[in-house]
Design a protein around this ligand. Structure first.
Ligand code: AMP
Length: 210
């Protein structure tokens, strides 16, 4: 299964991605997590991405596209993948389509998680993130997944949340009509329990032929 998850920040893409990737036994590829891992390791890519991330802006397409292109050459994507946080604008969606067309492995579906703005702001301001595995964590001091310490992402602070929502509306939301036109879009409401949302997503995806 080759999947893309789309949705505003805080819609629960990261959480759902963990469950869906496990269900389909495919790697979860989060561009945000790759940038954060590079930042933590102090690589040139991480240093380059940091100022954009801290301000809630998108990292340059040239940098992001190359990073994804490289990731999609790894052996673990042979049986599919789940992209979370990429593409984030129509130009990236076109690059992804070209990369996959060249490999003759087009996407099977794009899952859109939708959520009202007030709910997004409430969720993001209470969200904490694991320092080690970057799992989103709420109301806990240690990551339930790996036991790592949790912290508040610079871009989950109130001032940056507003900008991230604008960037989503202006730059990312146009990819929804792009994928609707391609016949790939499946919309799932992102309000409800994590388990229910995963079950809806899996049920909707069961109608997609691999
Ligand atoms: P996320 O963890 O998906 O919310 O991403 C955190 C930040 O990483 C974003 O606000 C951007 O600064 C950067 N980022 C992640 N994915 C992309 C992308 N596809 N294009 C450009 N920047 C990205």
């Amino acid at each position: 299964m080759r999947l893309v998850l789309v949705g505003p920040p805080g819609a629960g893409k990261g959480t759902q991605a963990q469950f869906l990737a496990a269900h389909y036994s495919i790697p979860h590829i989060s561009t945000g997590d790759i940038f954060r891992a590079n930042l933590k390791a102090g690589t040139p890519l991480g240093v380059q991405a940091q100022s954009f991330m801290d301000r809630g802006e998108l990292v340059a397409d040239s940098v992001t596209n190359e990073m994804v292109k490289d990731r999609l050459t790894h052996d673990d994507v042979a049986h599919g993948f789940l992209l979370d946080g990429f593409p984030r604008n129509v130009a990236q969606a076109e690059v992804l389509r070209a990369i996959l067309a060249e490999k003759k492995t087009p996407l099977h579906a794009v899952l859109e998680f939708s959520l009202a703005n007030e709910e997004i702001v409430a969720r993001l301001s209470s969200r904490r993130t694991c320092k080690d595995c970057f799992q989103p964590c709420v109301g806990v001091d240690k990551c339930p997944q790996c036991g790592g310490d949790v912290y508040q992402r610079e871009d989950d602070k109130a001032e940056v949340i507003a900008r991230r929502l604008e960037v989503y509306q202006e730059q990312t939301s146009p990819i929804i009509s792009f994928y609707r036109t391609e016949g790939l879009l499946i919309s799932v409401g992102a309000l409800g329990s994590v388990e229910d949302i995963t079950a809806h997503a899996i049920s909707a995806l069961s109608r997609v032929s691999e």
